[in-house]
Design a protein around this ligand. Structure first.
Ligand SMILES: [Zn+2]
Length: 578
């Protein structure tokens, strides 16, 4: 005798026991709680052990993610009491035919699938190996880095990501809430479009990745793929991470997705003009490495001969702070571009048809998507730097300036404001800048398109150091002292900048309310067109953005800016009468 229903049928066998044969394999999308009497054909695409709280050597539960042949996924688990029966089958990437599983409530905080339930392997479940898997090997749902960076995803949402590893930073120790120690690794990813994004890897993932990056036999262009990764908020910035036990990291693994990504990336690199300089994925573990491994040392006098955009190393003494340019700019709290205060037409809040005009900060970057923009002063200190071959104008940006001065631009602007409020004429720049003069520094500077095209001899500083060890190592490496000695007679006089200072003082006069905003003052003093100012500031930002790359730097700079209040500081700057 037999019976039907439940998608299968059962009968009493010769030995008297109840037999069941399942007629059809259900797809995960069709599962419901009406019955347990069905089969599924699945692949284990992720697996993780949860250990007993009181015995870290004993498994409490196996958590898994199953995928069916249509690529649909569901979470699954097997409790320790059932492990004896199933554990021989439960391995990563194994394909299984599972009969009579049960659906259980999914209580895990991370949702890997859209479902609120999960498959549970229980007493009546039967698991067999499946030898005729016809589904995909993996099913990824990659996100766009741009969408991550632009906050289009919620933090902690489960995502897949694949990208080129631009920079790998140092492996760091962390302490967890439960007092245990862990590891953290920060990297910077880049996609085909050139969008960069920070990534954080934790513990085992961090250790594996760091070991791979330091392996001399690794790929030049490292590509990593994270299955079941997450959107991460780290020190105030959106990025991606592995985040959960069920995350899976593929580092240059031989799978189609990685090899085709690398192929496309390398094609893009080879098509670009600066391909010769492209060294592939790099490991930056310290400031020292960044300086000592920098490929191109240049004497200042030869900077003008550079014909491709690149970063170069110069070593020289700071001889002056220029006073013909402002030492800071008002930056957008969202994108760091310059902001301008403009009158904006607004609707009257009382609902009447009246409109009114209100001053508000407007970002000069057309692509900025910030809302409620406010202004944060950031450094752009114009300095003159001299070596045995000449003197050049460099710009010291926010983070490097902070590192040296240990003061934020905001602090120094408010000191300047106080001077102005007390009715005195402030110095053209904060006194503390004078401590820079006469000091010898190594700089990594960016030679940009506009330097080359317009023969502008004013370069942005990416990194600065006057660390004795680094300087002497650089001197030894590039034979610098020999240059200095043999050419010391030709060193030009460094006081050429006193003239603009005097001119400024003579021409300075105060207008009625004494208030001019930085961006206007920039135009007033620097005298380029407004567009040019914007462009220069944009260039400034490119350089400065590149600074946010090392974990140490990112940490400090984020602390600096995370706590900025929304108050707009009004700057008092002497206006130049024309
Ligand atoms: Zn902006």
């Amino acid at each position: 005798m037999g019976g039907g229903g439940d998608g299968g049928w059962w009968w009493t066998g010769d030995d008297g026991s109840l037999k069941m044969e399942v007629a059809k394999v259900s797809m995960l999308n069709d599962l419901n709680t009406f019955s347990n009497n069905y089969s599924i054909r699945v692949k284990i695409v992720s697996i993780s052990k949860k250990m007993m709280n009181n015995n870290k050597n004993e498994i409490y539960r196996l958590d898994m993610i199953f995928m069916d042949e249509m690529g649909t996924m569901i979470q699954a688990s097997c409790l320790h009491k059932m492990l004896g029966k199933f554990k021989e089958f439960l391995h990563l990437d194994e394909c299984l035919l599972i009969t009579k599983p049960s659906l259980a409530t999914n209580k895990s905080s991370a949702k890997y699938t859209k479902r609120n339930d999960k498959i549970s392997l229980y007493f009546y479940t039967i698991v067999e190996k499946c030898f005729d898997w016809s589904g995909p090997k993996y099913r990824f749902n990659f996100v766009n880095l741009k969408d991550v960076v632009k906050n289009k995803f919620e933090v902690n949402i489960v995502i897949d990501w694949i990208n080129y590893v631009d920079v790998c930073f140092n492996l760091e120790d962390t302490s967890k809430k439960d007092g245990s120690k862990g590891k953290r690794l920060n990297l910077r990813l880049e996609d085909i479009e050139g969008q960069k994004c920070p990534v954080t890897l934790w513990d085992g993932f961090a250790i594996d990745m760091f070991a791979y990056m330091n392996d001399k036999k690794r790929e030049k262009y490292v590509v990593i793929l994270c299955h079941f990764g997450m959107v991460n908020l780290y020190k105030g910035k959106r990025g991606v991470a592995n985040g959960f036990e069920l995350s899976r990291l593929f580092i240059d693994t031989d799978i189609e997705e990685i090899s085709s990504f690398r192929k496309r990336y390398v094609e893009k690199i080879s098509a670009s003009s600066s391909s010769n300089d492209h060294v592939g994925s790099i490991v930056i573990s310290s400031v020292q490495d960044e300086f000592l491994n920098n490929p191109d040392f240049m004497l200042i006098g030869f900077l003008g001969t550079i014909s491709t955009t690149k970063k170069v190393l110069v070593v020289g003494t700071i001889t002056a702070i220029c006073t013909d340019k402002l030492w800071y700019y008002n930056s957008c709290n969202h994108c760091k571009s310059g902001v301008e205060e403009r009158f904006v037409t607004k609707q009257n809040p009382d609902g009447s048809s009246d409109v009114y005009h209100e001053k508000s900060w407007v970002c000069t970057n057309d692509k900025c998507e910030g809302v409620d923009i406010y202004s944060i002063p950031r450094f752009k200190i114009p300095i003159r730097v001299q070596d045995s071959s000449g003197t050049v104008s460099l710009t010291l940006f926010d983070f490097e300036a902070y590192k040296i001065l240990q003061k934020t631009a905001k602090e120094l602007v408010s000191i300047q404001d106080q001077v102005v409020n007390s009715g005195e004429i402030p110095n053209p720049y904060p006194e503390i800048f004078d401590t820079l003069i006469g000091k010898r520094y190594a700089f990594i500077i960016s030679v940009k398109d506009y330097n080359i095209e317009h023969q502008v001899e004013n370069y942005g500083i990416s990194m600065a150091t006057n660390d004795d060890e680094i300087l002497s190592a650089l001197c030894a490496k590039f034979n610098l002292n020999q240059h200095e000695q043999s050419e010391s007679l030709d060193v030009p006089d460094s006081c050429s900048l006193s003239t603009p200072v005097d001119l400024m003082k003579d021409e300075m006069s105060y207008c009625g309310d004494n208030v001019t905003h930085a961006s206007q003052a920039l135009v007033g003093t620097e005298n380029p067109s407004s567009d040019e100012t914007k462009r220069n500031i944009r260039e400034v930002l490119d350089v400065d953005d590149a600074l946010g790359c090392s974990p140490t730097k990112r940490r400090i700079s984020d602390e600096l800016y995370q706590d900025e209040d929304a108050g707009v500081s009004t700057l008092l700057i002497p206006k130049i009468e024309k």
